[in-house]
Every structure is written in C-alpha cells, then in structure tokens.
Write a protein that binds this ligand. Structure first.
Ligand SMILES: Cc1ncc(COP(=O)(O)O)c(C=O)c1O
Length: 344
C-alpha cells in the first residue's frame, strides 16, 4: 500500500504538536517545563503522552511491537481518527456492512465523509463481499468490518477477513474486534505484519471490564500508528486511566475468569430464553450479548423498562426487526430478566 496516496495530504504534511515530555526521556529532578502546579497530589503532572508503560504490558499480550499500538479515549477515539487521517471531507467515502456498530456512520457524518452501507445477508448476517466490492471506488479509503459484529453477534472466519484485506490493497481495512475475547475465532493481530492496509481495533470496555476507564486500542503497522500519534490530542489518555490499565494488565487471569463466566452464562441465558413463547429466535453469538427476536420488540422493551430492566431495542435496525440486544449479565441479573420476561 502506498501510504502517501491514502493519507490526507494535510495530515502527511502536518508538523505535530510536540510536548516537552516528548523531547526528554528519563527522570529529572526539577520539572518546570509544562506550567503545572508543583505540589504533589498524585495527579498534578501531565500524563505520559505515549502511554509507554501501558503499551509495554500490552504489546507482548497482543504479539505486536509497542510502536504498533495506539491508545485512545475508548476505541471511539480511534474510529474518529481513522476518518481524520485517511478521509478528505466532502471527497472520500467509506464502505461498511449493515447493520453494524453505529459510530462508524456517526463519525463519517461528523467528518463529512460519505458512508456507503452494504446489507449483510438476511438471517445469517454473513458478509456479501461482492456487494461490498461493488461500492468501492477510487475515493474509497476505508472498509469497516466489525467481527464479532454488533448487533448481530456473529464473527467472520479469519480466512474471510484475510481475503478481504487482500482483495482491497488500496483501501484501509479496519477490523473492529471489540468482542474478540468472547469468540473462538483468532484475532487478526497475527496478520498485522503481513498486511500494511490492516488496522485492528480492540477495547478495555468489554472483556477487560473497564468501560468507565475509556481506553481503546488500535493496532497497525508502525507507520500507520505514527500518524495516529501525530493527529491525537497530546494527552489523550489521562493518568488515572493509565494507572488503572497497568493494574488490570497485571491481572490477566481475572479477565479470563470473567470471560469464562460470561460465556457459560450466555449459554444458560440462551437456553432459558428459548423456553419463552415470546422468544421467536436467538441468533448465534460470538460476543457477550444475544440478539433475540421476540414477537413484539417495542412492547417487550417498554415492559422490561417498567420493571427496571434495560435492554437495547434494535427493532428499527435493518435486518433486526423485532429484535432486542441483550447483554449477558451476572447470574442474578440474567435470572431477573428471565423471570420478568416469563411473567410478560
Ligand atoms: C463494535 C464496537 N466497537 C467499539 C465500541 C466502543 O468501544 P469503546 O468503549 O472502546 O469506545 C463498541 C461499544 O459498544 C462496539 O460495540
């Protein structure tokens, strides 16, 4: 891939903001460079703009180099940066399957980039690669693929994802793996050294149990990541988040235990819900949620809300008529949901 051709000219030419802490490595005795308050309360200094300690723990876990990692304020920041780095407003376009995670389209609209949605196949939610290809033209900069997909829950095979990355060598293919820890399908991070048009997104918000922390991950070639670093806000990940990330990364076993528990609860919840007459179908899930077709999604949604149970109503979403997206909760939460639906 010729990065000179795909990166926006103004971003290629950008002289990024340089903070004093970028220019100096190591420990000094006096820091009077950044107009901070000198009195130590644990958070009076600016955080590490490159989040090196977090990345040093993350890199071996993900099998990538530190230079191949961007960390942002949730993966939503990475999604927005993809537009700002690659897509010329009012000129370029992106292609994405539908239905999928809504922020790809919102960020396209914010950045004045045309969003070309291509329906997944009805009922199976399989990718229609020929239909995707038909929407790609000379101004297509990015192809979004969410796997496992939100809201359908299915993951695409690694062979299929690789074939997409290979088929569109002049586009950036972003594979959003927010839910990958819940899937048996391996991560596309193993392909990063083979394909320089691939970006893989992951997050601390799901399996790691840290949605409030706001920490998202983009992994790609070191060259692509250097553009993320140039465009991001200098101190985009705060110190509290970095410290908490270091803590959770030192306890991988905890995450693994939670994933195991959620996976077993997912199957228990599926079996329970399938016994209910109002449940018409539950789609296969590689994620921590179930897409559940009911006889009346709007009615069930309102009823559950009146009982203090909040699910996601996907009734208006393409191919998801009468569907609710239900996140797998604790055993107690799942039981409360089931009992409420049983009484409907
Ligand atoms: C597919 C997908 N990607 C990204 C995100 C956002 O993740 P983050 O919390 O890291 O911004 C979500 C959130 O639900 C999601 O479903």
């Amino acid at each position: 891939m010729n990065l000179q051709q795909i990166i926006r000219p103004n971003i290629l030419a950008l002289a990024p903001y340089s903070c004093a802490r970028d220019e100096f490595k190591g420990e000094a005795s006096v820091y009077v460079d950044a107009n901070e308050n000198p009195y130590n309360n644990g958070i009076n200094r600016y955080p590490d703009p490159r989040q090196l300690k977090v990345k040093e723990l993350l890199a071996p876990l993900k099998g990538v180099a530190v230079e191949q990692i961007f960390l942002g304020n949730g993966s939503d920041e990475a999604i927005d940066l993809v537009y700002r780095i690659f897509c010329r407003p009012g000129v370029d376009n992106v292609v994405a399957p539908a239905p999928t995670y809504g922020m790809y389209q919102v960020c396209a609209e914010v950045n004045d980039v045309e969003y070309r949605a291509v329906p997944l196949q009805a009922e199976t939610f399989a990718l229609d690669v020929e239909a995707l290809a038909a929407k790609v033209d000379a101004n297509t900069k990015v192809i979004w693929v969410c796997s496992p997909n939100n809201p359908s829950g299915n993951a695409y095979s690694q062979e299929q994802l690789i074939s997409i990355v290979q088929r569109f060598p002049d586009q950036i293919v972003v594979v959003d793996e927010a839910y990958i820890d819940f899937s048996a399908i391996p991560s596309m991070t193993s392909q990063l050294d083979k394909f320089d048009n691939l970006i893989v997104l992951q997050t601390f918000s799901k399996a790691w149990g840290c949605a409030a922390m706001r920490l998202g991950i983009a992994m790609a070639s070191a060259k692509i990541i250097s553009f993320f670093n140039n465009v991001k806000y200098p101190y985009n990940v705060n110190e509290l988040t970095q410290n908490q990330a270091i803590k959770v990364l030192n306890d991988v076993k905890r995450k693994e235990r939670h994933v195991e528990e959620i996976l077993s609860q997912r199957e228990i919840l599926r079996e329970l819900l399938l016994t209910l007459p109002c449940v018409k179908k539950i789609y296969p899930s590689d994620a921590n949620f179930l897409l559940v077709k009911v006889s009346d999604a709007n009615g069930t949604y309102k009823y559950l809300q009146s009982k203090g149970i909040i699910v996601r109503n996907r009734n208006k979403v393409q191919l998801c008529e009468n569907c609710l997206r239900i996140t797998v909760g604790t055993p107690e939460e799942n039981a409360e949901l089931f009992e409420a639906m049983k009484a409907l």
